[in-house]
Design a protein around this ligand. Sequence first.
Ligand SMILES: *Cc1c(COP(=O)(O)O)cnc(C)c1O
Length: 375
Amino acid sequence: MIPLLDLHRQYTTIGAAIEERLLNVARSQRFVLGPETDRLEQSLAEYLSVRHAIAVSSGTDALLVSLMALGIGPRDEVIVPTFSFFATAGVVARVHAKPVFVDVEPRTLTLDVAATRKAITPRTRAIIPVHLYGQGAAMDELLTLANEAGIPIIEDAAQALGAYHRDGRRLGTIGHVGCYSFYPTKNLGAFGDAGLVVTNDDEIAHRIRIMRNHGMEPRYYHSVVGGNFRIDEFQAAVLNVKLAYLDQWNAARREHATLYRRLFCDRGLVGQAMELLDERYPNIPYTHIYHQFVVLVRDRDRLRSWLGARGIGTEVYYPVPFHRQECFRWLGYCAEDFPIAEDACARVLALPMFAELHREEITAVVEAITEFYTT
Ligand SMILES: *Cc1c(COP(=O)(O)O)cnc(C)c1O
């Protein structure tokens, strides 16, 4: 068995430390927005070199509260890639703004810059690039575009915590607001739902901080309507233990990816049955932390069953683009307008990837795939 992700292996290394910390929370009887949360926010602000880090209830809520804090609502448009996890578009609809879908670049599957430029209208109030699979969207170009148009960028960095931009800043801290997820399967996973918003803008940070708790300030006085986007102390405690390991885990992912890439090239699959995605900055370390290792393959669904029958876990991120989701049909998009995303949905396959994966397991995955295409 080679699972797509095995959380047990990580737990055997640091479980004891986490259990002790969780027990302390239980004994403290401080459950929400307490000392563990304060500590987490300080550590993450330092780790990311950003002025404000605000821990929230999930990655989805991080995006949602960011849109709320920017005052985005009815009649506003927000540009998102049509190829991402649902939350990226879902939050736009939830504030009653219109999600505007844009195709992705063929080599990285992140937001296409030329298509984004064309999608900007006088109603555009934000752009949400997604740092898909752990590497950045074309942030330099997108920021130039956004600044020219005076539109804020909200980075969906849910899959890229710890990855760098080419200039040495961490992804998520380059745009106006950055959002991260600590869902258990993310590269820094809590024991439940949790997320983070970061920004260098004092005023936006203040709005997010009070909106996280019903827009309340001072107690029982509400100048704006927020929500309950609070993180609990158990999640913050888990993350406080795990954060110290994040860079080493990300480094291990990168090593695994390098091995996968080399082996696939050696086997002669690349350019034939398989395409590797590009690294945007292959010579700058940690600009891709491989939250997922995704390849484009021929005969994807048959390959998946073949691997599954041999105990190898895989996943399809993502099988259906936003423009074809039932809930967005009213927007009136057609599939022909998004050829790259359509092709990606048919061919992407995520292979086993987590820090504790063994080299022999990677070799075995590559052998199984090679066997599928050569027999
Ligand atoms: C996981 C994820 C989210 C949502 O995070 P949750 O913590 O699950 O709410 C948003 N965007 C992307 C790209 C994600 O991968």
